[in-house]
Ligand binder design. Sequence first.
Ligand SMILES: *Cc1c(COP(=O)(O)O)cnc(C)c1O
Ligand code: SF4
Length: 438
Amino acid sequence: MIYNNRQQTIAHKIETKAQLSKWKDWRWQLRHSIKTLEKFEELLGVKFEDEEREKLEETFEKFPLSITPYYLSLINKQDFKNDPVFKQSFGGIEELTTLKSELEDPLSEDSDSPVEGITHRYPDRVLFHVSNICSMYCRHCTRKRKVGDIDYVPSKEQLQKGLDYIANTPHVRDVLLSGGDPFMLPDDKIDWLLSEITKIPHVEIVRIGTRMPVVLPYRITDNLVSILKKYQPLWINTHFNHPKEITASSKEALAKLADGGFPLGNQSVLLADVNDCPRIMKSLLHKLVENRVRPYYLYQCDLSEGLSHFRTPIGKGIEIMESLIGHTSGFARPTYVVDAPGGGGKIPVMPNYIISWSTNKVVLRNYEGVITTYKEPDSYEAKLCDRDCENCNLDLKVEEGVEEDIIGIEKLLSDTDDAISLIPEDNERMTRRDEDAG
Ligand SMILES: *Cc1c(COP(=O)(O)O)cnc(C)c1O
Ligand code: SF4
């Protein structure tokens, strides 16, 4: 049921006799976002101790508070301090703890930014920050220091710089709109932005990352969907972390998007005391696929400032993946990734399934612990690749493909490049060699 008693109580505290139509108006929700401790106490009907209040005020000074009335209505008042929605939205004094290993920009998004608003890390795709604001501020946000810092929506002129960069960089085929939350932009600006991006001939797909279906599902209006539909292929990724976030309202939003024809994905963050449990995770994943959302990534929590209380060991993530692989539908399981501090990008991490190897056999294990062998072919003839696709007898004949330089491990595996190892730039042993030679 969309307007339940808890929601009605909150709505009426905000505005006497507010009807369902107001509650479901995303602008009304934003206008009445909870930004102070007092408002939070009043609307949820709880009270903090004086001592705690002071520390909390200090926390919100550093990392601002903002919760939509809808998301607040999901908190279980009776046991609110243990509630996963409370933990993600309200936070606590733990955020004031900063560890030495924590960084303001752990993913070096600023260093990999050729122009304002663009992070260009991978060869063929860019991240385009099109809004600095979100409908609410997640306590576990990687961009915590930035989101809400200066609340602004970039002007067309500012966005134009990003558009120009994409237009002038022909190997960008995938543009990922992120933020903040792109759906904080008004409909006409989204329309304009998507029309400008999709005009660029080498852009093959656009992706939008948004948390609206989770924290403000009413933002997914029929009008928004009809605008988005003009710009297929458009992929949409959202950010559910806990099964309790899948409500009647969020289901409705997801259905509108899925019916609109957009492939839906979900990125979760592994958070201590929120979802660091194989059973909770499995329940979330099952609910997602039931609502036509394909789990995409499960992120290891980044090394951002003030997130130490949310962090789990990587081992927890591997344990969760162990409990999923084989145990549930393949398409219900995300890829677990560690976003490399310093900007190395996402590194997938999994339990090991290869136990041993010889020239003709591979020993593998399955999810049940059964150990099995795969006999390698006796007569596999290695095909040497000279990257001359024109004259290759494999009938691949890559059309119009812009051949990228081979990099990384792919380079070590190739037949054309004679690199035999990859060595870090400041490797001491190599420096010594150079010095000896010189
Ligand atoms: C995550 C990310 C992307 C997209 O990566 P995919 O693995 O293709 O989803 C692109 N750029 C940056 C900077 C990212 O962090
Ligand atoms: S929606 Fe995303 S960018 Fe916005 S506050 Fe939450 S985690 Fe950060």
